[in-house]
Write a protein that binds this ligand. Structure first.
Ligand SMILES: [Zn+2]
Length: 189
C-alpha cells in the first residue's frame, strides 16, 4: 500500500518531531500541504528525495521554509502567502487544511501572539472524546492534530483527530506509529 510505504520511508530523523504529525495528516488524512522549516541541508535533500519518490510537490525558499503539497502551484502559493507582510494567518491556515473556525480564531488574536495562544490552549480542559484534540503533544510529535483548536469542543478538529486515530488503530504495529500508541489506551469517557 503506497500510503504505508510513504510513511515507512518518511525521513523523520532529519526533521523536527512535530513534522511527523503534519506528514501523517498529509499522507493519511488528506491534508493538502505541509509547511515546515528545515535547518539542515541533509534534511532538505532527504525530504526532496522522499517527495520525488511519491510524486509530491516540493518547494523551498531562501530561509529554509519548505512546503510539500499535492501540486506545485499550491506549494508556491503557500510559501508566497507565508512571506507576505500583510496579516495572513487565516489564509495560510486554510491553505494548510486547518478548519475555518480554528483559522479565524488564530487570526483574530494574531499570528505574532501564537505562542501566547498555545500557552493558553495548553491550560484548557479537554473532556471525553475531545481529549483527542489536545494539541499539547505537537512539538514532541505525539498530538493527533497539527493546529491550535478554536475551543476545547471544536468538532471540526475532532473529526480530523478521529481520522488520524483510526489510521493509528489500524496500523498500530508500524514503527512510525509508535509515538501515538498511548492514544489507544487513553480514557475517552
Ligand atoms: Zn475549530
Amino acid at each position: 500500500m503506497t500510503m504505508l510505504q510513504a510513511l515507512r520511508s518518511f525521513p523523520k530523523e532529519v526533521l523536527p518531531a512535530s513534522a511527523t504529525v503534519d506528514f501523517l495528516h498529509f499522507v493519511v488524512c488528506n491534508k493538502p500541504a505541509v509547511r515546515v522549516r528545515v535547518q539542515q541541508a541533509i534534511g532538505l535533500t532527504k525530504l526532496a528525495t522522499w517527495c520525488e519518490q511519491y510524486s509530491f510537490a516540493f518547494q523551498v525558499d531562501d530561509e529554509g521554509y519548505v512546503c510539500v503539497a499535492r501540486d506545485i502551484h499550491l506549494a508556491n502559493m503557500i510559501l508566497s502567502v507565508d512571506r507576505s507582510l500583510e496579516p495572513h494567518e487565516s489564509r495560510l491556515g486554510k491553505l494548510l487544511g486547518y478548519p475555518a473556525c480554528c483559522c479565524n480564531f488564530v487570526s483574530v488574536i494574531g499570528e505574532a501572539n501564537i505562542d501566547t495562544i498555545a500557552a493558553e490552549v495548553a491550560t484548557w480542559l479537554f473532556v471525553g472524546r475531545f481529549r483527542l484534540i489536545n494539541p499539547s503533544g505537537y512539538l514532541d510529535g505525539k498530538s493527533l492534530i497539527c493546529h491550535l483548536p478554536c475551543s476545547a469542543k471544536c468538532l471540526a478538529s475532532l473529526r480530523i483527530a478521529e481520522q488520524a486515530l483510526s489510521f493509528i488503530q489500524a496500523n498500530h504495529d508500524e514503527a512510525i506509529i509508535s509515538p501515538w500508541l498511548f492514544w489507544l489506551k487513553t480514557n475517552l469517557d
